[in-house]
Write a protein that binds this ligand. Sequence first.
Ligand SMILES: [Zn+2]
Length: 559
Amino acid sequence: MKKNIALVTLFTLFLFLSGCGHTANETQLKQFIEMHVEKVDPLTTQANLAYWDASTTGKSEDYDKLKQLQLKIRQIYSDPQEYAVLKDMKESGQIRDARLTRQLDKLYYAYLKNQIEPELLEKLNNSDNRVQEKYNTFRGTIEGKKVTMSDIYTILTTEKDSRKRELAWRASKQVGDAIVNDLIELVKLRNQAAQKVGFDNYHTLSIVTSEQSVEELDRIFDELYALTTESFAILKKELDQILAESYSIAPGDLMPWHYHDPFFQRTPMVYDLDLDIYYKDRDVKELAEKYYAGVGLPVDDILARSDLYDREGKYPHAFSFEADRHGDVRVLCNLQNTERWMETVLHELGHAVYSKYHDRKEPWLLREPAHSFTTEAVAMFFGRLSRNAAWMQQMLDLSDEQRMKIEKVSEKYLQFQQVLVARWIMVMYNFEKQLYANPDQDLNTLWWDLVEKYQFVKRPPGPVDAGWASKLHFTIAPCYYHNYLLGELLASQLHSHIVHEVLMLESDEGVSYVGRKKVGNFLREKVLAPGALYHWNEMITRATGEPLTPKYFVKQFVK
Ligand SMILES: [Zn+2]
């Protein structure tokens, strides 16, 4: 009732100020949106369903159908006349209604990043395909013998002989030298496209069109760098001791190949604990269903539509999927009763509930997450629980003794993993920024300068190669990596807010949220329902009382 009165008052005020219900431009925009949604709503649903079919069957005709539909959608967003109309409206300052402004922003950026003339677009696609093809068909070699990435991972996680480790590590990087020239050409083409629409380079264009700003990201990353350096140094020194001992060498002699991951982006297994023993006789699907129902975000309808188990030809990993913006949400998994799949199904269902609980009364264009990293944050918020000792105790009926055993190892692991990921993403973010700012500089040296600065890993002796280019994200998901870290930061910010302001607890010790409906209610009202109604930082401020900050991530993981 109150809401209605407020609306009437606002509306009257608006009439009074503008003289009529809507300014000419607002009417024009409304018509534009209506026609636009009429076109893209069914097309995106068709494309999404084609993607689902392709992923679940692996059939090439489904992939072809998907490609054609994606092209149709792209054609809509690359229309220069429609882009000009939107640009005029944005610059006119005549759009005052908040919902219309948000929709205009969404449309404007979607069109802006697709304003690439056909000739350049073709060059870009060709270049992109060339890099990916080379990447996919390349096999590294150890002493002339071809090896797969899984061979390499086995050596890096088990081999004690330093020479053999070095050869395996180098084999993982060889693809970098093989593709680096094509990749740099691709970077320059992307820059050309960005410069044509008025940006200094592609990195800036990507950040701006995803409603972020380079200054803001720099500020967050600098703060996190300062707040994690000391603790990372301590953790890293401790790890180096353990690793050096396992290879019977001095800590000072550790080289990049002594860490268990080619990029040192995962915690070496020295802190790992076999959690699978607690899950192997349980049903991870049932556990997830029960847990989500308990926090007031039931997922039975989502699971019923989902494709959950391994099958020939099916996509082997996992994702959450929204067929349309009218409620058809599903997940794809290849479930096994292990800790990794417990984490994965909790994570994907986190994405899925975000989509499921968008307020369907909001306009179609706003029925999506505030940002891709905000849905990542909700997914991480839930995914983190699979290793949470208190959660495991309650969901798996473990004894106090078992809980304490898990706690001892998993806290250390989690802490190291989070700080390590933060430091690793700092390398990726800063490198990509400089890569697009000047692709002609000595990138190989720049890479190792950043690795030494953020990860405290020494560059190998001798001339440096383009091993960095073996990170596939530079090719297929450019200028996106930083969002994984923003997701982690927001997951911690939501966690802290829920613990202290929603559940009114003194500390987060032993918090598992099991059976706490208040958690789901809070998330629904403040995060999931509004969708993209607010800019992501406004949504975060409205939900937690302050804009995105690394403070709570540090509080949770930097001890
Ligand atoms: Zn995710």
